[in-house]
Structures are given as structure tokens and as C-alpha cells.
Design a protein around this ligand. Structure first.
Ligand code: NZQ
Ligand code: ZN
Length: 387
């Protein structure tokens, strides 16, 4: 194994009715004024926002509300939040939502904590946040894994760049994960979340250099759990067990556990994020659209692992077949599963047009942890194959 550190100090509070104790929890930490940050309206429709406000009121905790975070959260909203927190002397941010709301909260937290630096500089890796307001989470959608991650992804509408960065400053202090809160997530968003979880695992599983037995076996376990639960939830959105498995898998797929001791790839996310920035398509759909063309492109360079993936995760029989045939069968099984869940299988399905190809290529950051270090020309080929 390569050397590593693992440090993920987020208090995870999992299960039915856990969101009801949010007021008590915040009081326990001694915070006095909370920014409750949320999205476009689902938390109002489900009544969750009212429940959260009541829970804070019962404990005598003050709060201000800031809703309207859009999927693919934008910098201007974070700036609004920073300003509001300063004005209202907020000392804690509670994100009630999915990855977008959590990331917007993290960005606000860094902005308030570092008043002398423009927060976008952190995303461009031109500055490093020194401190941040503490952030807590009530998770309503299992996907991004931001509830236990050090990462924060924001789109700057001024230049169209979507950029993420890692910092311990904004890792959530606690995350309340009640699978029942995800019952109302529609089939489209559930599918997007499920494939995001799969890709967070695969970005680590398929990587250059030594494989790490324990880490890769844990990854295979996560993959099998999410494949199975994804199918169940697609049929029955209120299956508590399956929703639970998806929620807990989402957290562990991203919190770097399945990256320990090895390199990581992340090229599916890099191309997907570039496509997301020009189309504004949902994150998960950009990943499903580019993942298979990318994996088929690098198949020969990582053949032993793609063969193992087919056998261990998709239970493809190797009898009488070449390794390449087995590996291809594994990717075909993945494709069939994605189609079953109704995911986008091409970039054109999510609104990309031929004239966007160059922007997607230009916006793709090339990383070096995958089986092949791609050239811009090869990225162009993969993007064209994904159309
Ligand atoms: O805005 P509302 O009305 O709340 O609706 C949301 C939104 O439209 C809806 N939703 C959420 N919970 C719901 C619900 N609808 C009904 N019932 C509920 N309980 O779902 C829609 C999507 O929400 P969003 O937060 O955008 O989804 P997700 O959690 O997939 O987050 C995506 C964002 O996370 C980033 C992505 O790039 C993207 O911007 N990522 C963040 C990561 C991180 N910080 O660690 C890692 C990931 O790889 C990812 O890049
Ligand atoms: Zn993702």
C-alpha cells in the first residue's frame, strides 16, 4: 500500500427521525445564530423546513433563512450567503438539502472565515482557507457524499467554470442522515445519485499502479450494494432498507476510504464536470454519458482490472472467454444497469450539441492517476464518442 492518512471527523447521525433532534444538537455545541441554507423548494413542499425551524425555536436558537440554491450551485448565491452571515452575525450554517446545498454552505463558510480573500480564489487553488464557520447537514438526497467530505464544488457563472477543492476547514461537523427524507426524491434524481455513488467508487477502483486488496474489496462491496439497492429503489422508492444502503454507500464512496493506499483517476468527473458547465445538466447524468466511452477507450491499458470488475462486481462467467471478452461483458452489464435506471447514455441526450465539443474539451482538466494519461486530442475523441 502507498502511505496515507485517513481523517474524516464528521459526526454521522443515521436513521429514522434523527432530524427531529437538530435543535438539541446545535444547542449542545453552543451555537447561537444559524443560517438555514436550502434549495429550490423541496424542503418547503415536504414540510422539512418547518420541522427544522420548530426544532431550533424549541431550543431558543436564532436563525435566518436563505433558500434558492440551484442544482450545480453558483458563486453568486454563495456571495449572498457570505454577506448575510456577516450582517446577521451567524455562527453556524445548517445545510438542509443535497450536495448542491451542502457545497454552497461550505463555500459560504470559507468566505465568512476568510474576509480578506475572494472565495473563488480557493476554487482556483490560488489561496487556501485558514478557517471557516462550522457547517452541519441534514441530508435529503444521497449522491454527492459531501456530507462527510472535505470537498466543495461551485460554478462561477461569470466564466462558466465549475471547480472543486478540498479543505478540512469546511468538512461538516455533523451530518444527519435519515433515509426516509429521501423517499420524495424522484426517479430521475435517484438515478443520478446512484450513478454518482458508483462513479465515486470507480474513480478510485480503476487507477494506475498497485491495487490494494482490502481497499479494492471494500470498493467491490460498495459497488454491489449500490447496484442492488439502485434496482430496488427504482421499483419501490419507499423501500427503507434500499434507501438506507444508498445513503450510507454514498457517504463511504466519497469520504476517501476506498482511495486509501492507491492512486485515483477522476477523469470521468473531469469530463463530466466540463460537460455539466456548458449544458447545466445534472451531475449524475453527465457521468453516465461519458463513463462508458471513457472506460472503453482505456480498456486495454487496464485490462486485468476491468476483467476483475466484470467477474467480482457483475458476476460475469469467464468460462471459455478471453480476458477482453470478459471485461467487455462487464461494461455491457454496467450499461444495461444504467439503461434500466433510465440514465442518460449520451451527452446529446442531456443537451450537448456539436458546437459545444470544443468547450467541453477545453474545460476538461487532465489528471494523471488513470491507466492512460490522455492528450487533449484523446479527450476530444472520447467526448465525440459520448455524443
Ligand atoms: O432544490 P430542491 O427543490 O431542494 O430540489 C433538489 C434539486 O433539484 C432535489 N432534491 C433534493 N432533496 C430532495 C429533492 N427533491 C425531492 N425530495 C428530496 N428529499 O434534487 C435536486 C438535486 O439536488 P442536488 O443537491 O443538486 O444533487 P446532488 O446531491 O447530486 O448534488 C450535486 C452537486 O454536488 C456536486 C456536484 O458537482 C453537483 O454540483 N458534487 C459534490 C461533491 C462533494 N462536495 O464532495 C462530490 C461530487 O462528485 C459532486 O461533484
Ligand atoms: Zn460526483
Amino acid at each position: 500500500m502507498e502511505n496515507f492518512e485517513f481523517y474524516a471527523p464528521t459526526r454521522m447521525i443515521f436513521g429514522k427521525d434523527t432530524h427531529l433532534k437538530v435543535g438539541k444538537l446545535i444547542r449542545e455545541y453552543g451555537f447561537k445564530k444559524v443560517l438555514i441554507h436550502f434549495g429550490g423548494g423541496s424542503v418547503k413542499r415536504t414540510g422539512l423546513l418547518d420541522t427544522v425551524c420548530r426544532s431550533l425555536e424549541e431550543e431558543g436558537i436564532g436563525y435566518v433563512l436563505l433558500g434558492g440554491v440551484q442544482a450545480n450551485p453558483v458563486l453568486s448565491m454563495a456571495r449572498k450567503g457570505i454577506e448575510l452571515c456577516r450582517r446577521e452575525q451567524v455562527d453556524f450554517i445548517l445545510a438542509v438539502g443535497g450536495g448542491s446545498v451542502i457545497d454552497s454552505s461550505k463555500c459560504i463558510a470559507d468566505g465568512v472565515g476568510n474576509p480578506d480573500v475572494d472565495v473563488w480564489k480557493f476554487h482556483m487553488k490560488e489561496a487556501v482557507p485558514k478557517k471557516a464557520l462550522p457547517v452541519g447537514v441534514i441530508l435529503t438526497l444521497a449522491a454527492a457524499g459531501s456530507e462527510m467530505s472535505a470537498s466543495c464544488v461551485i460554478t462561477n457563472e461569470e466564466n462558466g467554470l465549475k471547480r472543486g477543492f478540498n479543505s478540512v476547514t469546511h468538512r461538516p461537523l455533523f451530518s444527519i442522515c435519515n433515509p426516509e427524507l429521501t423517499y420524495t426524491v424522484n426517479a430521475f434524481q435517484t438515478g443520478c445519485g446512484t450513478v454518482d455513488i458508483m462513479m465515486h467508487t470507480l474513480e478510485r477502483y480503476f487507477s494506475l499502479g498497485h491495487d490494494t486488496s482490502l481497499t479494492d474489496r471494500m470498493a467491490e462491496g460498495l459497488l454491489k450494494a449500490v447496484i442492488e439497492a439502485g434496482r430496488i429503489v427504482h421499483e419501490n422508492p419507499e423501500d427503507y432498507e434500499a434507501r438506507s444502503n444508498i445513503m450510507w454507500t454514498a457517504t463511504w464512496a466519497l469520504n476517501t476510504l476506498v482511495a486509501k493506499g492507491k492512486k485515483t483517476d477522476w477523469m470521468v468527473h473531469m469530463i463530466g464536470q466540463a460537460a455539466g458547465a456548458v449544458t447545466d445538466a445534472t451531475h449524475g447524468m453527465t457521468l453516465s454519458a461519458v463513463s462508458l466511452p471513457y472506460y472503453r477507450f482505456i480498456l486495454d491499458a487496464g485490462l486485468p482490472k476491468f476483467t476483475r470488475f466484470a467477474k467480482n462486481v457483475w458476476e460475469v462467467s469467464a468460462d471459455g472467454k478471453s480476458d477482453r471478452e470478459v471485461a467487455e461483458e462487464g461494461l455491457s452489464a454496467m450499461e444495461a444497469w444504467m439503461r434500466e435506471l433510465g440514465l442518460a447514455m449520451s451527452l446529446s441526450e442531456i443537451g450537448a450539441t456539436e458546437d459545444m465539443i470544443e468547450d467541453i474539451v477545453k474545460g476538461t482538466i487532465i489528471l494523471k492517476g488513470g491507466y492512460r494519461v490522455l492528450t487533449k486530442e484523446e479527450i476530444r475523441e472520447i467526448v465525440k464518442m459520448s455524443m
